[in-house]
Design a protein around this ligand. Structure first.
Ligand SMILES: Cc1cc2nc3c(=O)[nH]c(=O)nc-3n(C[C@H](O)[C@H](O)[C@H](O)COP(=O)(O)OP(=O)(O)OC[C@H]3O[C@@H](n4cnc5c(N)ncnc54)[C@H](O)[C@@H]3O)c2cc1C
Length: 384
């Protein structure tokens, strides 16, 4: 069977769903192919922290732009998305981390982000369950949290509801892309001048040669303990662990959900391809969390899971064209893909439609890190 559309999006995680909506808004006929359920990959495993970050100017530009797009969308998000502006507190344990609080304060204030320095006492008042004493913290007012799989579902549902040219093909995997076509496992070919590879950490399977590595992460969700935590809390030591490009690491990172539950994170591991739960890592996460919030050790955990972040060497996503003129990438978002999904979709649509972009696009172009020319395996598929 053969058919044709204007654009095929492979992968219905939060990034593919955002791309489908953005391109449908531009009047394109869009087919979305997802081998499993909508939002079932890293999107289901993620924490849903919509956070402005400052590792680099490019990371700041993408996260703050995307956060503003989430803020604009927020009034129409259904209750199931659980969007809430909790704010973030970056927790400083000692004077060295307090120096980082001051550096971040200067960075954010000069760029128009509302932040507030908390001393030890105001930190204890803001979050009574944190251990005492701690040195203080930085509150970032505009950060939010949401429930990622429902957010992805909403973006696609909106795309379909408002734009008749959107088609979802669920339960089918793409086995090859390239030269203006997508081949599905059942042999169906879809012809399209544009194919977006939004398959997260699986992206190199369809576009070999791109610099994506799997980075495993675990999360724990507890029973309901309303008001136990009020902000997304992240230790400043988190930055050291997130920056490490080799070692396994855990860091204190806790999120209050609208349901009253707590999400406890998080871990980072390279070279861990097995999706099973690693008990040692989970024990380390609980120990780390209890170091900051001793009462956490007495809460009841309901479930633990893991997922794979799609990591790039420079910690920025891959958004844009490849060697094959028909293939575009929207992947490599590591631990920030929920936050940056909307901006990714906007930048990609701007490229495809020749529009001006609100922020520079160059820092995210795949050409900066592609190790070898990306060749599609589609040409090798015998039944295609
Ligand atoms: C533990 C953890 C915590 C995180 N916390 C946060 C956070 O707080 N904030 C934040 O912004 N980000 C967070 N992230 C990162 C975020 O979850 C990811 O960056 C984001 O979900 C990536 O979305 P995606 O759509 O690119 O990929 P995915 O959600 O993985 O979607 C890819 C989709 O493609 C499908 N697919 C793959 N191959 C094929 C194929 N051949 N054919 C058809 N379909 C295919 C998959 O089934 C999947 O549904 C976290 C990640 C982890 C693991």
């Amino acid at each position: 069977m053969r058919r044709s559309v204007d654009v095929v999006v492979v992968g219905a995680g939060i990034v593919g769903s955002a791309c489908a909506l953005e391109l449908a808004k531009a009047g394109m006929r869009v087919a979305v192919i997802e081998r499993d359920a909508i939002g079932s990959g890293a999107t289901a495993a993620g924490m849903g922290h919509i956070v402005v970050m400052d590792d680099s100017e490019a990371q700041f530009a993408l996260t703050s732009y995307s956060q503003s797009l989430w803020q604009a969308l927020a009034p129409e998000l259904p209750a199931s998305v659980e969007y809430e502006r909790t704010g973030t507190i970056w927790v400083a344990a000692d004077d060295e981390e307090m120096a980082e609080v001051h550096r971040k304060f200067a960075f954010y204030t000069t760029r128009g982000i509302a932040v507030e320095i908390l001393d030890a006492q105001s930190l204890a008042e803001a979050e009574p369950n944190l251990r005492r004493p701690l040195a203080g913290g930085l509150r970032v007012i505009s950060d939010a949290v949401l429930y990622p799989p429902c957010a992805a579902g909403y973006l696609l549902e909106k795309a379909k509801r408002e734009h008749p040219g959107v088609e979802l093909i669920l339960g089918q995997d793409a086995v090859g892309i390239g030269n203006g076509r997508v081949v599905l496992r059942d042999g169906t070919q879809i012809h399209s001048p544009i194919v977006i590879n939004a398959t997260g950490s699986s992206a190199p399977e369809l576009t070999p040669g791109i610099a994506i590595k799997k980075r495993k992460g675990h999360l724990i969700i507890t029973d309901r303990y309303p008001d136990f935590v009020r902000h997304q809390l992240v230790e400043l030591g988190y930055l050291k662990s997130a920056h490490s490009s080799t070692a396994d690491s855990v860091a204190f990172n806790v999120q209050p959900r609208k349901t009253g539950q707590l999400l406890i994170g998080s871990s980072r591991q390279y070279d861990a391809e097995d999706s099973g739960v690693d008990r040692d890592i989970v024990s380390s996460m609980i120990e780390r969390a209890a170091l900051y919030m001793p009462q956490i050790a007495n809460l009841s955990a309901l479930r633990v899971w893991s997922g794979f972040r799609a990591a790039t060497p420079d910690k920025l996503p891959l958004i844009g064209p490849t060697e094959d003129a028909s293939i575009f990438l929207a992947t490599g978002h590591e631990g920030l893909g929920i936050t940056t999904s909307l901006a990714t979709a906007r930048l990609l649509a701007d490229q495809l439609l020749g529009r001006y972009s609100a922020i520079p696009r160059d820092p995210y172009l795949p050409s900066r890190v592609v190790k070898e020319p990306a060749k599609s395996p589609a040409v090798e598929i015998s039944h295609a």
